[in-house]
Write a protein that binds this ligand. Structure first.
Ligand SMILES: Nc1ncnc2c1ncn2[C@@H]1O[C@H](COP(=O)(O)OP(=O)(O)O)[C@@H](O)[C@H]1O
Ligand SMILES: [Mg+2]
Length: 232
């Protein structure tokens, strides 16, 4: 398996006040899988994503990605892992307001070892017409598509998305999800997307549910076309 998360524990506080953000969570994903993680607020979704991305470390358990064991990496090795292997998309787009769409993407590609061609990517993701626009000139959905291009230009092995459509209406959500599907298919990027929107689970290869830090369900998804997802 490309990603192997085994018996991960992440806790906050101590003694009687110990809170298990993740409690014996295990998850394996194949390269190129599109995994949707569902769970209510506070269930541990972001914690799980942050640990996968090397932004946070587990208290117990073992995590390997592409044969590399994160749980035993030094800070420096972890920084290299994040820089080379991981792309992250958040609910808030975090684009640089003073830079155009194309420049926002170049900032990342310029410091990447083997970036994708920026203009090829803009074409691929249908962003050519926005490349000279500033973030303030774009809708939320367009900004999120730009944020995805920025996360993808370094050609990461894993793309982590934390509630990427959380601030979008259903039409913009579809555009963003369609784009993620395209990235997954075109570049073989393994995608882990967390959401509390049930409808999104319909497009997944794998659907994982988490509750109180525990993985309560892990099953193959139906991989429906994005246009068939029913948002409510
Ligand atoms: N830095 C922290 N300190 C204390 N508790 C935290 C911290 N980060 C997360 N938690 C707690 O861990 C649990 C899981 O949080 P999180 O992973 O952010 O949930 P989700 O993303 O599913 O909403 C929550 O109860 C949250 O309050
Ligand atoms: Mg969260």
């Amino acid at each position: 398996m490309f990603i192997e998360m085994q018996h991960i524990v992440k806790k906050y506080g101590s003694g009687e006040n110990t809170l298990f953000a993740l409690n014996d969570a295990s998850l394996s994903l194949e390269k190129g899988e599109f995994c949707v993680i569902l769970g209510p607020s506070g269930s541990g979704k972001s914690t799980l994503l942050n640990i996968l991305g090397g932004l946070d470390s587990a208290d117990e358990g073992r995590l390997t990605v592409g044969g590399e064991e994160l749980s035993s990496m030094t800070k420096k090795a972890l920084a290299k892992y994040r820089r080379e292997k991981i792309g992250i998309v958040f609910q808030t787009y975090n684009l640089i307001g003073e830079l155009t769409v194309r420049e926002n993407i170049r900032v990342v590609s310029d410091i990447s070892a083997q970036p994708l061609d920026t203009d090829g990517l803009l074409d691929e993701l249908g962003l050519q017409k926005h490349k000279t626009h500033f973030p303030s000139e774009l809708s939320g959905g367009q900004q999120q598509r730009c944020a995805i291009a920025r996360a993808v230009v370094k050609n990461p092995a894993v793309l982590l998305c934390d509630e990427p459509t959380g601030a979008l209406d259903s039409s913009s959500s579809r555009d963003v999800l369609q784009l993620l599907r395209r990235v997954n298919e075109k570049y073989g990027t393994t995608i882990v997307l967390i959401t509390h929107n049930e409808a999104i689970s319909g497009m997944a290869d794998r659907v994982v549910r988490i509750h109180d830090g525990r993985i309560t369900e892990n099953k193959a998804g139906t991989k429906k076309p994005v246009k068939e997802l029913v948002f409510r």
